[in-house]
Ligand binder design. Structure first.
Ligand code: ATP
Ligand code: MG
Length: 363
């Protein structure tokens, strides 16, 4: 990814423009952490970038950025810009392309996100990113009072970076986050969930959750229960405790997992049929939430004769043939009966044993 990024910078420079890696990648590289994406900034306009590269997948030219695929890697390439007035505490009304890197850095969020790398791999540190990275501080560029009001997403990004990197929030920034916490109400559910997911998935989530509570964000994000949850590693276990199903968007799978986790409260997770019915994934999560020994659950689960209907030694067709019947509603009850008996080891999962059982009981 890194060597491809440098090739992209070289290519842009061959056309006479400036280009640097910016944001998360240089920050994470400096901290010896892995990065998921590479952001590039340049004085070339989106149109100019589109004419340099063949594989331009998505264009977001309205905001001055283009996604280019190079060596099978996606790079988000953003033109140096300054921003006009902000509306709705989120988006600038207009942007202006500029040719100064330093001016572009000043419209960004935190100093730690302004370290750049040039085409030869040299660091360029115009706003003292490295000093804050060394001191483990999240510091807003410019006045937090203005910058947080401009774009309330920065409130959550600040807490997210503090959590993931285990950094302190610079005191003035922290004070204004608390003061402007109600502004997060205006953010879209999706943006809020994206940031919360990163915080809740972090191994350092306990710190992040404490920040969200102390800085009045839990209430303003409509998740007041955050103050009293059990902190466990899994993302969905955290969400399950927040009563958030009607406040945030969840996929069908996520909704099912959360509902199952709630239903399992008070149920015996070491009951074989419960384990079979809800599956290992959900029961594992439930063991986290309700404090059951995970190894016991795993061991019991692997001891089950069947893990799904498909594991039953006789197929529905076999059963119909055996009973000389057309498929019909009777099958559902019969199979449910087999599942229960097999899971509880009251039957052996072999063709012979099942055939004998069905012949004796269903003929
Ligand atoms: P990640 O590791 O999540 O990719 P990142 O810092 O690269 O972290 P991106 O969302 O990829 O974050 O954004 C790239 C860069 O754009 C940031 O480093 C920052 O300089 C700037 N940026 C992103 N969002 C904002 C914002 N809301 N306000 C100001 N600058 C921003
Ligand atoms: Mg990034």
């Amino acid at each position: 990814m890194y060597s491809s990024a440098l090739k992209v910078l070289k290519k842009i420079e061959e056309y006479g423009y400036k280009a640097y890696i910016i944001g998360g990648f240089p920050r994470d590289l400096y901290l010896k952490r892995s990065s998921i994406d590479v952001d590039i900034c340049t004085d070339a306009t989106p149109m100019e970038i589109m004419s340099i590269f063949e594989d331009v997948i998505t264009t977001n030219t309205e905001y001055g950025s283009v996604i280019v695929m190079y060596d099978k890697v996606n790079f988000e390439i953003t033109t140096f810009r300054s921003e006009g007035k902000y509306i709705n505490n989120r988006k600038p009304t207009d942007i202006k392309y500029i040719d100064s890197l330093e001016e572009d850095l000043k419209r960004r969020d935190f100093t730690i996100n302004t370290l750049c790398i040039d085409k030869d791999g040299n660091e360029i540190d115009l706003l003292n990113a490295k000093s804050d990275l060394d001191n483990r501080i999240i510091r807003m560029i410019g006045n937090p009072k203005i910058r947080l009001k401009e774009d309330a997403l920065r409130i959550l990004r600040a807490v997210r970076f503090a959590t993931v990197l285990n950094f302190e929030l610079e005191p003035v920034l922290k004070a204004y986050i608390k003061k402007y916490a109600p502004l997060v109400k205006k953010l879209s559910k999706e943006r809020k969930r994206d940031e919360l997911d990163i915080i809740f998935a972090s191994p350092n989530k306990e710190y992040g959750i404490k920040l969200l509570c102390d800085l009045k964000l839990a209430d303003n994000l409509d998740i007041p229960k955050l103050k009293k949850i059990k902190i466990t590693p899994s993302l969905m276990v955290t969400w399950a405790q927040l009563d958030a199903l009607d406040k945030y968007n969840f996929s069908t799978n996520e909704k099912e997992t959360i509902s199952s986790l709630l239903v399992l409260k008070g149920k015996n997770l070491l009951d074989k049929y419960t384990l079979y019915k809800y599956g290992l994934y959900v029961c594992d999560l439930a063991s986290e939430l309700y404090g059951i020994d995970r190894h016991k659950i795993n061991k019991l689960y692997s001891s089950l004769q069947i893990h799904s209907k498909l594991d039953i030694a006789l197929s529905p067709m076999d059963i119909c043939e055996l009973l000389n019947k057309e498929p019909g509603p009777f099958l559902k009850d019969l199979i449910r009966d087999l599942e229960k008996k097999l899971v509880n080891d009251e039957l052996q999962n072999t063709k012979e044993s099942l055939t004998a059982y069905i012949t004796n009981n269903y003929n």
